[in-house]
Design a protein around this ligand. Structure first.
Ligand SMILES: *Cc1c(COP(=O)(O)O)cnc(C)c1O
Length: 224
């Protein structure tokens, strides 16, 4: 299958899943995760109408954005971030989905130049503290901290479903956290959830932003 065929097949599935959940496809943003692929893929996707791409490593994000500088692509950072990379991430991304601790929020804020940066609080839906994300019970406190930093715009929440649990059950917990945060910040409406294996369940749980890699790009070269 060609890239164009894979993209349109996934977009059809997204639209079907949205309608089955009583939603409209227009309320869902499909981010194509291009990690490990060359910048040329971002160009090929752009030619097919894709404007939102995701990366999970700062160096790769920075390099690809520089190579694709002439495109009006929006870059979403979705990976675990070291605080010493915060300034570089901020320069290269329109949105950071993976704010999982106050120190990272502070570092992103300190790196501000003039634009406001869209950020999401990443929530860990597993029992394993080594996976990315803040504990469910700390998510609102982290959201309040982000709200206190005026160069950051809190947009909502992000999570990756655990490997050993039904995604629907995990996404239901995310939905509860999202509701709590929206009570603090009504404009924080994004729910970033759903990857190649579980985007249908994420749509049913009200995800607004899907992060889809391999189903659209094909297998990741070597490191993937
Ligand atoms: C790689 C990645 C994705 C996309 O994964 P696929 O299973 O290839 O769709 C989504 N979210 C994050 C955080 C990722 O690192």
């Amino acid at each position: 299958m060609t890239l164009a065929a894979r993209l349109s097949a996934i977009d059809e599935k997204i639209a079907d899943s949205a309608r089955q959940a009583g939603r409209t496809p227009e309320e869902i943003t499909r981010i194509v995760v291009t990690k490990f692929h060359p910048a040329q893929l971002v160009r090929d996707l752009h030619a097919l109408g894709v404007r939102d791409v995701g990366e999970n490593r700062q160096q790769e994000l920075t390099a690809k954005r520089a190579e694709a500088w002439d495109l009006d692509t929006r870059w979403h950072f979705v990976g675990q971030a070291q605080t010493n990379k915060a300034a570089a991430i901020r320069r290269a991304a329109e949105a950071v989905h993976s704010v999982d601790r106050m120190r990272l929020a502070d570092a992103l804020h300190r790196a501000a130049e003039h634009d406001v940066l869209d950020v999401l609080v990443q929530v860990n839906l597993t029992q394993d503290a080594g996976r990315g994300g803040t504990a469910l019970s700390d998510a609102e406190e982290l959201a309040e901290h982000v709200l206190s930093l005026d160069s950051l715009r809190l947009r909502g929440v992000m999570a990756v479903a655990p490997l050993d649990e039904e995604p629907a059950a995990a996404f239901a917990r995310l939905r509860t956290v999202a509701d709590g945060i929206r009570r603090l910040a009504p404009e924080a409406t994004w729910i970033s959830a759903g990857m190649t294996g579980d985007f249908t369940e994420a749509i049913a749980a009200d995800a607004t932003h899907l992060r889809i890699g391999t189903a659209i790009t094909g297998p990741r070269p070597d490191r993937g």
